[in-house]
Design a binder for this molecule. Structure first.
Ligand code: NAD
Length: 458
């Protein structure tokens, strides 16, 4: 693939105003919806081949999200794209003012492997809806999903408008060497910094959807049984390979034993006595990540799980008891089915631990005490979160989804994705039937009137 030629072809297509017609964009999105619906089974099969993701989880967390994002965008695109009237400034009287939603131009989207279909398609839908051209680079670690994604895109779009470029770090590096009008990256903090550096060369705007070490606080007033059930779900869905999964559990000392016992039974209810036999429990994506996670288990004490099978990249749902804050598992984002359990007694204990890490992508607090929960939500800085559940804030498209600090820059979902891929161009139209003389030189004798005017209208 000749990347410079591809990017130039997309830039020419954009410069020829070929992406500006909103009805054409809408028609293309409708065609994409038809194909996405037709291919749902193939996508589900590809996800199973890539890391044994179950059909149920694939529908819940991948295909249905893409389908609803497409339907929502098709329904609202005319309204979202329409220039928006704002109140004119009286100082400009007579005038009107509008915000135009202008596409940036050539957009590069780099996707990760953990929700390889959804995290590639959702930003892509917004970028196309907003009138950009797109080059999408899916992750090389989920080759089956990457292949079907490419087939879908190629069956709907001309390469001049949307192209899928497959490959690993080499290809990604080559793409990042080009000059883009916007880069949307989802992946690790480490690679996010490489992307930001490449973007800085041309001052290209970026969205970085990164990861982090997400705390999950379980207060002594929490409904322990329900908390255990909801944490088991949010932690082990996708085999724990979720950017917003709870990373480490901070449990009030007085409820730790009760919580651990509920957690054990919830794992058994969800995945049976041996989760390795469960059809609903995914595998670690590859051996490199398996080895990274397995090394976190060395020299630790398990409250639950701890079993691994390298042949099959299997790691059992695992709780580690009170690891040291300097241990391997507490160093960085875990991104797997392992949760450290750390007990606390005071709010100061919580602060000492949470503030030790960079601002996380998510924070969860389970508590029956509204005041305590609100305090945790406002005291700590994090991308987004949920009170009394895990990960479900993701499901509300009215909420911005993104990180803060090291967990990312920018946010998207629903209308916000359309807005993210649009430059907001403010334009004032002046009318010619009146031209107040006050602002023009010579200024002699006008200052008092100017001051009165400014007082009245600013
Ligand atoms: P990754 O950073 O290794 O890879 C992401 C993408 O970058 C892939 O397409 C890969 O090919 C490319 N890439 C890898 N190394 C590169 C390099 N040196 N130069 C240029 N491109 C490179 O991430 P991953 O392993 O695919 O995904 C896991 C990470 O993503 C976790 O940290 C997780 O928290 C984060 N994540 C964040 C979100 C979010 O929405 N905030 C969602 C999913 C995953």
């Amino acid at each position: 693939m000749n990347i410079p030629a591809l990017v130039q072809a997309q830039k020419n297509h954009f410069a020829d105003q070929q992406t500006k017609n909103v009805s054409v964009r809408k028609q293309l999105l409708k065609r994409l919806l038809t194909v996405v619906l037709e291919k749902e089974k193939e996508i589900v099969d590809a996800l199973y081949l890539d890391f044994k993701k179950s059909e149920y989880e694939s529908v819940m967390t991948e295909t249905s999200i893409v389908i609803s994002e497409l339907k929502r965008t098709i329904k609202n695109i005319n309204y979202w794209a329409k220039p928006q009237h704002v109140t004119p400034a009286l100082l400009n009287f007579p005038s009107s003012s509008k915000i135009y939603k202008e596409p940036y131009g050539a957009v590069l989207i780099i996707a990760p492997w953990n929700y390889p279909y959804q995290l590639a398609l959702v930003p892509l839908i917004g970028a196309i809806a907003a009138g950009n051209t797109v080059v999408l680079k899916p992750s090389e670690l989920t080759p089956n999903t990457s292949k079907i994604t490419k087939e879908i895109i190629e069956s709907v779009f001309d390469k001049k408008l949307v192209a899928v470029v497959e490959g690993g770090v080499d290809v990604s590096t080559e793409l990042l060497a080009e000059r883009w009008d916007y880069i949307f990256f989802t992946g690790s903090v480490q690679v996010g910094k490489i992307v930001a550096k490449a973007a800085a060369r041309f001052l290209t705007p970026v969205t970085l959807e990164l990861g982090g070490k997400n705390p999950c606080i379980i207060d002594k007033t929490a409904n322990i049984k329900l908390a255990a059930k909801r944490i088991v779900w949010g932690k082990f869905i996708n085999g724990g390979q979720t950017c917003i999964a709870p990373d480490y559990l901070l449990i009030h000392k007085s409820v730790k034993d009760d919580f651990v016992s509920c957690f054990k039974s919830e794992i058994e209810i969800a995945y049976g006595k041996n989760p390795e036999d469960s059809k609903d429990y995914p595998r670690i994506v590859n051996q490199r990540n398996f080895d990274r996670l397995a090394s976190m288990l060395e020299n630790e004490t398990f409250l639950v799980g701890g079993k691994t099978n390298r042949e099959d990249n299997y790691i059992a749902p695992t709780l580690i008891d009170e690891p040291s804050l300097d241990s391997e598992v507490m160093k960085g984002e875990i991104f797997g089915p392992i949760s450290p359990v750390i007990s606390y007694e005071t709010e100061k204990d919580l602060e000492n631990i949470i503030h030790k890490y960079e601002k996380p992508l998510a924070l969860y607090v389970f508590s029956g005490n509204k005041k305590f929960a609100n305090k945790m939500i406002t005291k700590y800085s994090f991308g987004g979160g949920t009170i009394n559940d895990t990960t479900v804030h993701f499901a509300n498209h009215h909420l911005p989804f993104g990180g803060v600090g090291e967990s990312g820059i920018g946010s998207y979902h629903g209308k916000q994705t359309f807005d993210l891929f649009s430059h907001k161009k403010g334009v004032t139209r002046r009318y010619n039937w009146l031209d107040l003389p006050m602002r023009y030189a010579p200024y002699k004798g006008k200052l008092k009137t100017l001051k009165t005017f400014m007082k009245l209208f600013s």
